[in-house]
Design a protein around this ligand. Structure first.
Ligand SMILES: *Cc1c(COP(=O)(O)O)cnc(C)c1O
Length: 245
């Protein structure tokens, strides 16, 4: 048994393998040529837990808090692909982009101002490739601080694609409901927004990713088109937020 496993709790490696198999099975059931990407969400978890998943062969991880990622990334191998999936304030973009050279995607772009800021910082950091970003969409129709309204997605995606040369529009992302649960309507809404963006930009819908699905619903999300699921607690165990301010 792996060192980190506790009585009654599976090791990170075992849980990861189980989730990865379920992601792959859901992908082939949905007829995908390429299996969806599994982002292992390690927020609030120590670098050792990430290391255990890394040693089991996993390379893509997601974090929500800039300072936590800045602390964790240097302790871990540089071939990790980090996805930033938390709310991002403009005044933290520079630290994030410069401090995490192996940042692979920012999934939470929700304003042109933020996109412009990331674009400038990517240029300033001298990254060789454009940084992949996703536009975060509020698909719940409920009051939410984060994510653009569906009606505003095409405008923001067009801004990223046309006015941000150091960014690559990777696709769209949603959390779902304000309580972090999701309904089929959230997934349908994101897929519809993706089709509208593709039409507006003359792209194939297949060239735009859908980041949707978390621990409780990633298989349902894949069935409805997700190409990028973000799974935390099912891999790393329940989170303890007591250390967070
Ligand atoms: C925490 C978080 C996740 C993972 O949630 P789980 O339910 O633990 O799988 C996914 N996406 C975002 C944006 C998150 O903040």
């Amino acid at each position: 048994m792996a060192a980190s496993s506790v009585a009654g709790q599976r090791s990170v490696a075992d849980a990861l393998q189980d989730v990865a198999q379920r992601v792959e099975a859901a992908g082939s059931k949905a007829g995908r040529a390429k299996p969806p990407r599994l982002v292992a969400v390690s927020k609030t978890k120590p670098a050792e837990a990430v290391r255990e998943a890394y040693d089991a062969g996993h390379r893509t991880f997601g974090e929500n808090y800039v300072q936590e990622l800045l602390d964790k990334a240097p302790l871990l191998p540089s071939d990790i692909q980090w996805h930033f999936i938390g709310h991002l304030q403009s005044n933290k973009v520079k630290a994030l982009v410069e401090g995490v050279p192996n940042l692979s995607m920012i999934e939470t772009v929700d304003s042109a101002k933020l996109a412009d800021r990331i674009d400038r910082c990517v240029a300033g950091a001298g990254r060789k490739e454009p940084l992949a970003v996703a536009v975060q969409v509020n698909t719940s129709g409920e009051e939410s601080k984060y994510g653009v309204e569906p009606a505003d997605v095409v405008a923001l995606a067009t801004h990223v694609a046309k006015a941000c040369p150091h960014l690559r529009l990777a696709g769209l992302m949603t959390i779902g409901m304000p309580d972090y649960s999701s309904r089929p309507e959230n997934f349908e809404c994101l897929a519809k927004c993706r089709d509208e963006v593709a039409a507006a930009l003359g792209m194939s819908p297949d060239d735009l990713e859908l980041s949707m699905g978390m621990s409780g619903d990633f298989e349902a999300a894949i069935a409805m088109g997700s190409t990028n699921v973000r799974v935390g607690s099912t891999i790393f165990g329940a989170r303890d937020y007591s250390a967070k301010k």
